[in-house]
Design a protein. Structure first.
Length: 87
């Protein structure tokens, strides 16, 4: 059973489609790598999955009890404490 599923996700900025009709399933115990050049939507996809951004269309379905989080590449936090504290 998938923990997170995306169904026909599309994200556009103005007339520019970042990705269209993206469907994927993240299964329990799986590991995911997202690789691609700058500007193709890797961070945008992760932000949509983490509910930090909205898709233009489509859906993200989370299994009951699944929580997501997102730590920005440009995090603004103090160096004291732990990564968990920064989240």
């Amino acid at each position: 059973m998938a923990l997170i599923t995306t169904s026909s996700l599309t994200k556009s900025f103005g007339a520019t489609d970042i990705f269209t009709n993206l469907t994927l399933a993240i299964e329990k115990g799986s590991r995911l790598g997202i690789v691609g050049p700058n500007g193709v939507g890797k961070t945008t996809l992760l932000r949509i999955i983490a509910a930090e951004d909205e898709s233009s269309s489509g859906a993200v379905i989370r299994s009951k009890g699944v929580r997501t989080g997102y730590l920005s590449q440009e995090a603004d936090f103090k160096m004291e404490g732990t990564l968990w504290d920064a989240c």
